[in-house]
Design a protein around this ligand. Sequence first.
Ligand code: ARG
Length: 613
Amino acid sequence: ALAPRVQAAIRAALGDEFADTDPVIRPFALKTKKGPNTKQDKGFQPGGGTAAPTRPAADLQVNAAMSLAKRAGRPPREVAEAIVAALREAGVDDLVAGLEVAGPGFVNVTLADDWVTGATRELLADDRLGIPTPAREVIPIDYSSPNVAKEMHVGHLRTTVVGDSLARTLERLGHHVIRQNHIGDWGTPFGMLVEHLLEVGEDSAEAELLEVDPNAFYQAANAKYRATKDDPSPDSFAVRARRRVTLLQSGDAETYRIWEQLLDRSKAYFNRVYDELDITLTDADLDGESRYNDELPAIGADLEERGIAEVSDGALCVFLDGYTGRDGARLPLIVRKSDGGYGYATTDIATLRHRSLDLDADRALYVVGAPQHLHFEMSWKATELAGWTRDKTRPIHVQIGNVLGTDGKLLRTRSGDLVSLQSLVDSAIERAAQVVAESRPDLDEVARGSIAHAVGIAAIKYADLSVSHDSEYVFDLDRMVALTGNTGPYLQYAAARIRSILRRAASEGGSGEVPAADQPVLELTEPAERALALRLLDYGRVVAEVGDTLEPHRLAAYLFDLASAFTTFYEHCPVLKAPTPQVRASRLELCTLTLRVLTDGLGLLGITAPDEM
Ligand code: ARG
């Protein structure tokens, strides 16, 4: 963290009564002539020539006094003065150079130059880049979770990208992450799908569609079903499809074998998408609906026996306090439908029971579209009511907002389908190829192709991750692939630029070589160097914050800020042409550290930075 000792000292100073407060510490940005604390960088503007930045009045602002004052019923400035006095008493002179009460009750903190330099040197030697290791938790993460024999659409893309970033981040924080890809591989449509696969032949071109265009396969099966659904003759497709459902449920060997065919081919399709997007899910993470199928009748029977569920209109339902419809009547959570089938809700009672009791989850994350919120709340309440969770388990719905088209409506193709993931990825890479062709005409086609792939994927992932996961955003490819602005490609470009500086330094030899670790060369004299160092020192805190809040956009915002601080530094502090060899070596260390933090942070977002761009 930026200044854990300041934080600890404040907490100690406040006494037991406020032991639970986390004094919010906000770092100041570098001041420029454009006005105080503005985010001045909107992307690289080579030779933009902003005025030399000056040191801000303070490095940090502690704004704890405001809320504390309210609780203690005292004037905020008085509380702020008390904090300052307590900090002085705590003896933080080596850490803090200046303390000052500002405005209505803020405490402005200026860190001691020696401390900043020392901490940055320590960071250089830290493999974990300042990332803490909080108490280890077991965290199953349900994400991606597409449906078999259906195309992954843009909604699945976002849960896949956000879930994967959370998995990477929580793992880095030292937690035991268990990936759970809860694919939709069970239920009544599988009767029709199995029957269709049998009819077209397992080795047919139609069967092949499952791997390349699963929607086409699904729609063909569905069309046959709809055309015959009122035809009662025993060999009509619909009748056969319904019979298949029963066969599948009773474990008929041949039916089961065909169902596994469907599954295998769908897995091949999912894995191809995961591969292309660099998603960490593998077959070992599959935790599909079918896995819970055998448990469902007992869940129903148990809930009914214990009076937690009751039969209403032929269906077995749980009625929960506090969940009422518009008419004031209590909403049913349907455990068993009137036709005897078990559905989505019962399966999610089973997933939480498994993740809590068997996996021993501390937090159980469900990274799923926001519209399913009520479903999760109700099935979890029912699971808890039945006593099928450990006290320590906290189920959390990481709500995923919609992705909209530029018209502000859900992203759809002209024919009205949700846009497929593959077509989005293809067009992002295509658009990225145009950008790379313009920016790097000197590279050969193979090199440009691999950069374009990395840039296209980064564009998509960053667009998903840079806005808070529960808000909607507009899918605008032109903006997403741009090399300027708050985009994935901008951050990749920043990394590539630092790499090129380091390459040039290495080829120039001499003092360009990275100095031995036991000889500290890092010095921070210019305001822009200091500001960059303060950003770098904040990395660990931000990663930990993402682990707590489950909001990857905080890391995205941090990385954008870091890249901007680097740009300001690079504009005002010559590196290769530094005034002395010592300054050059020191600035090269800052470059190296920035590159490490930038690529590490991008890695936690699931984005790789190409060597050159
Ligand atoms: N397959 C579902 C869908 O496409 C998502 C499943 C999410 N996970 C869960 N445990 N319900 O909407």
